[in-house]
Ligand binder design. Sequence first.
Ligand SMILES: O=C(O)CCC(=O)C(=O)O
Ligand SMILES: [Fe+2]
Length: 301
Amino acid sequence: MAEEESLIAEMAKGALAPGAVSDSLRPRIEEFDLWRNVEELRDEGATVVTDAVPLDLLDELRAVIHEEIERLGSHEHLGAGAGHAQGVAECSMLLGNPVVDRVVALPKIQAMWEFNVGMGFRAGTMAGTVLQQTKPGGEYMGVPLHADHAWLPQPWPEHICVSTICLPCEGMTEEEGATRFVPGSHLHRRMPSPEEAAEGNSVPLVVPKGGFAMWTGSTWHETGVRTVPGVRTLLHASCQRLYTQPVEDYTHLLRDEAYLAAAPEAIRGLVGADLMFGTYSPGGVVPDPDKTMKTLMMSQQ
Ligand SMILES: O=C(O)CCC(=O)C(=O)O
Ligand SMILES: [Fe+2]
């Protein structure tokens, strides 16, 4: 009993307010110079982080996305309704690919995810897309104005539960189809109405090569229109607060001991290797009390 009381007291002490930076995260926000990004995410609902990904790794990522789409043949089934977006070639469930793993384990990305969706966050969706140029008069390609908290009941919680990054392999300007967002829209904590979606208040998230755009699950955003030749190759990576149900199921990676032993440390976190979920057995026995304790403490941070 005394033990349970002290655990409850510890959790009460650890409880972090929405948008606050924990003591354990603060040194990394300092080290990677991310205070401006933290403030933009909190105040505007989106931000662009620069100098996060080595350029040669971006070239490898670009090749992975194009090869995977080619292998799946998904570029031949555009607009069939199965993909991420109308008219956009997509590949999904990319965690486990060594190049993607190296990208999502990068320290600036990890620190910003921890700020946005808390300690113990897990991989939600890891997808690649290729957006083509829209010719004059052509149909809209991509996802119209929406928010990524879509499957959570509204009003959405103040603690953000889904955090998406869009990482363009060549950077993205407005003309190249940069993702657009509505500043301050995350404060509504609900989907936009059709009237609000028609208002056209979005601004582009211009990303230099090596950077990424990030927004909160409540932020209204949409695919931009590419008006110039070439394609926009993008990694869309969403992470989720630890108690929410991840969209993509990575249990196969969690059970693959050889994979986990060789993967970057951050990948263990993304598949929930340190969380209590799935560790209970019939009869109320918790095989791993350490994981339970760790999960409870992380859930507050
Ligand atoms: O295609 C884009 O620019 C945005 C896609 C999107 O809505 C997302 O990844 O959550
Ligand atoms: Fe989205």
